[in-house]
Design a protein around this ligand. Structure first.
Ligand code: BGC
Length: 577
């Protein structure tokens, strides 16, 4: 954080004028629907609005902007006229807006290892988020996933701390580095241990030692802070049984005092009622997602806490100081409203070209027997499986909806679209794998995981909907085609490495495509050889389900278990295996 004396003076001057109610208001984040009425923006002195799952602010970007302009005017009409922050879960593009460009999820960017590309993707996300009325994104997730069973593996770049730290810097630069009106505040999340819980349970307990946390999980946060990140979100997990939201030693001691983080520590969803009420404020949380019925509880609870001496006035001032500091730093007092001229940038070709490059560079080639790839232009091809022609399925969670979509969405292309575009021969499509085309040169089998977000995607766990292997239906599709003796190329669409050892052994070529997002047609550009493969595994690739014996998944790092492919593996067209 730059030490800007002039800015700090403005913060102090404003803070000195604020009542306790106004201060608590600044610390409050609510949704634009259900949680509040328009009038309550004033009466409750709201500091920030969040948009995520739920009713959209309007039908198109102009209406979204109009809605947020109305809310902002309301905030500016309060005694002190402090502008609102508008936050959104834009984790791979402005993914809450149907028609925005959707980038590959972070795991795919991790495979690209291209920091310049990550920066460009973040900058485009900033512009398209701004264009829909937001000035704050809850991204990037800088977790280090320890176990593929975790349902959020794809939100993180890699199992490698170093690679994650490097790409975190690029992401923060991209989000926050543009000039107005294009830039947003970024959020490094979720502090700390989200991806390192025992057995990969979302919001579970991590038993890593402090030394391990410092060595393996902290460097991306240090990188984010060095890059000037404006906010850090606390994590749902506990650390040795203590909720991270209420962990004073980690939030106030480590993050704020030791690492000198001067930005906002924002809570995660409904944290006040979930993690101990005023304990989270005393631990160092500055702004609270007081959603889903928490608003009154939070505002009254904190007020009583201050009046009863449970929360110190200094703690409240520290929180508000941080919030005001970011609002001044972002220039919000001078430019509080969305800029209508940005609307025309949403989903433009120039943005899609960067996303398509990211799709190409994220592909990891794990096998290419007898150089079956690149495909011959005049080969007769059948694309098999519903993932081959469905934009929602190829994009994962946090796409249009929180849990993603199984429908096509605006402006996106499918994987099949790319094959049709690039072939000089014939491309057939067998949606359910039952059409039984025999007279083809190659079957391109597209299989994977249906979209999920957060705990919905944990393997085992509360929902118990996902597994470490392909579904039985997808295994069947694969077997149907291999039984015909047709050459097979598998494209795996997944948020994590899966145990697919049998399929890799039997197929001719295998491509890990992660969750490519809206530019599905980019995959064919590589499979037809217009571009070479560049992606390298961001995670070690597991060999067997039986290797998942420990709380952190297979223990590759102490060499007790061998992965099928090591971290960093990835072939290109000069190698054939
Ligand atoms: C997630 C966060 C997200 C927040 C707001 C939470 O459930 O853990 O990553 O930013 O919701 O939607």
């Amino acid at each position: 954080m730059k030490n800007n004396r002039h800015l700090e003076q403005k913060v102090e001057k404003l803070l000195a004028q604020m009542t306790l109610d106004e201060k608590i208001g600044q610390m409050t984040q609510v949704r634009h629907f259900d949680d509040i009425t328009l009038n309550e923006i004033n009466t409750k002195f709201i500091g920030s609005i969040i948009h995520t799952q739920g009713p959209t602010p309007g039908n198109d970007a102009a209406e979204w902007q109009a809605k947020f302009t109305e809310l902002q005017k309301q905030a500016l009409s309060t005694r002190l006229g402090i502008p609102l922050l508008f936050g959104v879960d834009a984790v791979h593009g402005q993914n809450t807006y149907d028609g925005a460009v959707i980038f590959p999820h972070n795991i795919g960017l991790g495979a690209s290892r291209n920091a310049g590309l990550v920066e460009k993707a973040a900058a485009i996300t900033a512009i398209e988020s701004k264009a829909t009325g937001f000035n704050w994104v809850f991204s990037p997730c800088v977790a280090i996933p320890f176990n593929e069973k975790w349902g959020r593996v794809y939100e993180a770049f890699s199992e490698s701390t170093e690679l994650t730290a490097e790409l975190t810097k690029a992401s923060i630069r991209g989000h926050q580095g543009l000039t107005e009106p294009f830039t947003v505040m970024a959020t490094a999340k979720h502090f700390i241990g989200d991806g390192a819980t025992d057995f990969g349970v979302e919001g579970g307990n991590t038993t890593l030692s402090l030394d391990e946390i410092r060595q393996q999980l902290l460097p991306p946060y240090q990188a984010a802070i060095a890059s000037g990140v404006g906010s850090v979100m606390a994590s749902f997990n506990t650390l040795d049984g203590v909720p991270m939201h209420a962990h004073k030693a980690m939030i106030t001691g480590l993050l704020k005092a030791e690492l000198n983080f001067g930005g906002i520590v924002v809570s995660d969803w409904k944290a006040y009622s979930r993690f101990g009420g005023n304990d989270i404020i005393n631990a160092g949380i500055d702004m609270v997602m007081a959603v889903d019925g928490d608003l009154g509880l939070f505002q009254e609870g904190v007020k009583n806490g201050v009046l009863n001496g449970v929360i110190s006035q200094e703690r409240i001032d520290d929180a508000v100081r941080r919030i005001l500091r970011q609002k001044f730093r972002m220039g919000l007092f001078d430019n509080p409203f969305p800029d209508g001229s940005l609307i025309s940038t949403i989903g433009i070709q120039e943005h899609r070209n960067v996303a398509r490059q990211a799709v190409r560079e994220s592909l990891v080639l794990l096998k290419n027997r007898n150089n079956i790839l690149p495909l011959k232009k005049d080969a007769r091809i059948v694309v098999v499986g519903e993932f081959g022609d469905n934009c929602g399925l190829q994009s994962g969670g946090w796409t249009v909806n929180w849990q993603g979509t199984t429908e096509n969405y605006k402006g996106a292309t499918t994987i099949l679209d790319g094959f049709i575009k690039h072939t000089a021969g014939e491309v057939l499509y067998d949606k359910d794998g039952l059409a039984g085309y025999d007279n083809v040169d190659v079957a391109v089998i597209v299989v994977g995981e249906t979209p999920y977000a957060e705990f919905f995607g944990d393997v085992g766990g509360e929902m118990n909907k996902y597994q470490l292997t392909l579904t039985e239906a997808h295994q069947q599709i694969f077997e149907t085609y291999t039984a015909k003796g047709i050459k097979t190329v598998v494209i795996l669409i997944s948020g994590r490495p899966l145990v697919v050892t049998d399929q890799i052994n039997q197929c001719d070529a295998f491509v890990a495509a992660w969750l490519p997002g809206s530019e599905g047609d980019g995959i064919a550009e590589v499979l037809y050889g217009k571009h070479d493969f560049k992606g390298k595994l961001p995670h070690s690739w597991p060999k067997s389900e039986a290797d998942y014996i420990g709380k952190y998944g297979p223990n590759y790092w102490d060499n007790t278990i061998e992965p099928l492919f090591p971290f960093g593996y990835g072939l290109n067209y000069n190698q054939s295996l």
